[in-house]
Write a protein that binds this ligand. Structure first.
Ligand code: HEC
Length: 116
């Protein structure tokens, strides 16, 4: 390999590494942290098992959805769900004043783990 090719290869590698670093926060959303957030703010309505049967769920209309249902996840994009957690929906309050965007990623990654 001549020097010019080496330089090009090196440059390409750096670009790849740079892109990796930028993607990292999203790829590394922390499910452990998400569990804590879920237990503190979401469990009362969404339930320990994420099936929408929390203690507070009985009097909510519409009721919280079932996060274990694959169809729930198939019909919604990540950015839509992020937006719902930030701003609320129906009887569910928004969390933008309580949770940072990184924390919302964490809790979203945690509730995704309920999927069957
Ligand atoms: C006061 C009860 C309550 C709390 C607390 C609550 N939710 Fe909800 N959530 C609901 C209800 C009710 C719905 C259904 C809203 C609707 O369909 O109009 C819902 C819907 C959702 C949805 C699905 C939106 C959709 O596309 O149908 C997500 C995701 C969600 N909640 C996440 C969370 C997270 C994460 C937390 C904690 C940070 C949380 N919720 C806290 C009651 C709650």
């Amino acid at each position: 390999m001549n020097d010019k090719k080496k330089k090009i290869l090196c440059g390409a590698l750096l670009v790849l590494l740079g892109a990796g670093a930028e993607l990292a926060p999203m790829a590394m959303a922390d499910g452990g942290e998400g569990k804590k957030i879920y237990e503190a703010h979401c469990l009362s309505c969404h339930g320990v098992q994420g099936n929408g049967k929390g203690a507070e769920a009985g009097h909510l209309s519409p009721p919280p959805p079932d996060f274990t249902d694959p169809a729930f996840w198939d019909n919604r994009t990540h950015s839509f769900l992020f937006h719902v957690i930030q701003n609320g929906l129906g009887p569910m309050p928004g969390w933008s004043e309580t949770l940072s965007p990184a924390s919302i990623e964490d809790v979203l990654s945690y509730i995704r783990s309920f999927r069957r």
